[in-house]
Design a protein around this ligand. Sequence first.
Ligand code: GCU
Length: 672
Amino acid sequence: MNEFEKCWLNYNRADIVPEYIKQIDTVICESNSHIAENAVNEVCIAMKDIYGIEINRASSDKTNGSIILKIFDENDQKYAGTFTPDKEGYVIYFVKENNNIIVASASDAGVLYGVFRLFRELIIHGMSEDMLICENPQIPFRMINHWDNMAGDIERGYSGNSFFYDDYKIIIDDRTKMYARLMSSVGINAITINNVNVHKIETELITDTYLSEVKQISDIFNSYGIKLYLSINFAAPMELSDIDNCDPLNEDVVAWWEKATAHIYEIIPNFGGFLVKADSEGRPGPFTYGRTHAEGANMLARVIKPYGGIVVWRCFVYNCRQDWRDRKTDRARAGYDNFAGLDGQFEDNVILQIKNGPMDFQIREPVSPLFGGLKATNIFLEFQIAQEYTGQQIDICYLVPMWKEVLDFNTYATETATVKNIVSGKEYGNAVCGIAGVTNTGNDSNWTGHDFSAANLYGFARLCFNPELSSEEIAKEWAAITYKDDLVRKNVYEIIIDSRSTYEKYTSPLGIGWMVNPNSHYGPFVDGYEYDRWGTYHRADRNGIGQDRTVKYGTGYTAQYNEPWATRYENVETTPEELLLFFHYTKYDYVLSTGKTLIQHIYDTHFEGVDEINVMIDKWKEVKGLVDDKIYERVYERMNRQLYNATEWCDRVNTYFYRMSGISDEKGRTIY
Ligand code: GCU
């Protein structure tokens, strides 16, 4: 097993132990469920690691000096005022008279979340006598998607190999438990453990070859309040039996799924459900049989419904065999074109999982119009925590600000239909909705390759719990529980907080995206995908750059939005400038709101991006000696790689557009 660290559960030792903590010598908990046992353990671990105090579990007649974990009742209500915790919510308060700290919830899972929250609070803010923390999670499903393959590699993984699989075997060890602790500590309640691209071998995860081991992982997850899900192969009946098709309306196919599903639940009664990538990038699906996505998803949904399971069906469906000469086929349109017309046709245990943007996790995209198009369908919003197009965990790119923009976006399906209101269930009153994140973890000792990428994993989960938190609050919180020294906390915060903007500056401008090396998706290659079957992206020529997606002259994509967005995006003057080139072909001498021409904007932002990395590196150099040398060096090494990458981007992009446009940089800097 690779060694592993504890990430934000590292619990640095406090220099001073507060009086109220010194008086605590026990933890009381009536429940004996596995989750409750883990909540008790977490209290013991945190007390020891943070304060050096060993405490024991005591019976409930002890009256003072305890951390009491309990099911919420009238007594707690007196403290909680009008707030009542739901099954995953909690109330935390301090009773000064007997020096007890109470963590109460409607279920053991909520208590466990409350325990993690309590210690986070104590580390970051300490405790006041009138401490009262009341919180319910805002998003029902808070899911992590692993793109781990059973061979041991991870699709788009940038932090080592899988910790679930090695050489087609399932790994269950101390790391599995540490992972469950980490996820539970930030409120994740659902995890899929295999790639959405399900190869032949992973198709067998739902069979006896692997089910008993999957169950062991599921049991560990369950004891931390997390349900396990599997990505499945829509063509499993063909792969695993002698049925020669996977037509969702074929009775034999349905019977096959019924039997397979019954068996899964026999072994894993608490199994969560299926995640399906169908008719997408070469994966099998209902299209082959002339069936719709609704027919495909509903077949599985009916099969799994008696067990309380769900089917998460991905909307990442587009034509990846395009002709670049064709200016009408637009990859951005595909999600909406394929799914909006099916609104209202899905079973109530089907959830459509939609990537945040219409393309594929670029540094800047508009919000997918499907969020405003589906009004009678359960939705998961899909973010990519793994930095596939955003620096691959070599470059620092704190993604929370981008995710906040998506969550706050008003789709105008109604006046209040922001993305966060839709995926929290508030807008349409449904309980089966949420957010899924493609994880950035692997078996590197620090879990996320770059130490600072942990801020994205942490931030993703915190936003799922409470989308109202600001990017700044989350970054500060993460820095405060990860690092002990004040200067380190401050500098790390300053390094990450604007790093998304920095990354955007030195890569592709104003909503264009891509310009990356094909396949690997790291490093600059302006024309890398330009004349390609996957889609065409920037259409630069000697006069200008950008994709025309207007109704009037372009692909008509703007019409997929509700008003006022449709009109705003249709017109150059009202399109938000950061998305200008996503919607409009624009001439290099077009003057932006800053007074700069487009070409000058491209030059300036690229030089600025590189300068900003140098500032980040200087901030990190200031903390040498204040963090562990090993951590210092591995971060420093990646920052230098980022500087190299940013310089390469800057030079290539600026040179490309200088040669294309023939317009010199006003400031006379070197462009090759
Ligand atoms: C991207 C990514 C693929 C992944 C796909 C998906 O295209 O590059 O590796 O399989 O997204 O989300 O299914």
